[in-house]
Design a protein around this ligand. Structure first.
Ligand SMILES: [Zn+2]
Length: 131
């Protein structure tokens, strides 16, 4: 398609799309030239037909916002639970270190217990309190 300009009897110029084969007369094409303004209007009509209706858009937005909020609350809950677990493990770790420094537990056993506390937190949940 190429753009061509036609002038009417009053001297007004109208831009058209026309088949380049027809325009150059290389092809025997019978596709009519289309006024650019008319083509743009048809594109707008098609766009309107394929746009979401206002009520659908509102409903979709409401559903998405509710879903995001629900997921956020769930993630906030999980995050708070993990934070409590972390603090609990840090307290246990501190107690083990205090017991070690008070010579109640030998160093190697303290380190082993600390490693168990930390690995249980990472992989399985706490093995000491079974939470
Ligand atoms: Zn053509």
């Amino acid at each position: 398609m190429v753009i061509t300009y036609c002038k009417n009897s009053q001297g007004v110029i109208y831009p058209y799309y026309i088949c380049s084969g027809r325009h150059s007369k290389r092809e025997k094409c019978d596709l009519k030239a289309v006024l650019i303004e008319e083509l743009e209007h048809r594109v707008e009509e098609i766009y309107t037909r394929y746009s979401l209706p206002s009520q659908m858009r509102t409903l979709l937005e409401k559903t998405l916002v509710e879903t995001i909020e629900k997921n956020r609350q769930q993630f906030d809950g999980e995050k708070a639970s993990l934070q409590r677990e972390k603090e609990k493990l840090e307290r246990k770790q501190r107690k083990l270190l205090e017991a070690h420094y008070g010579d109640a537990i030998p160093l190697q056993i303290s380190l082993l217990l600390c490693a168990m506390v930390l690995s249980s937190f990472v992989y399985h949940g706490c093995i000491i309190c079974n939470v």
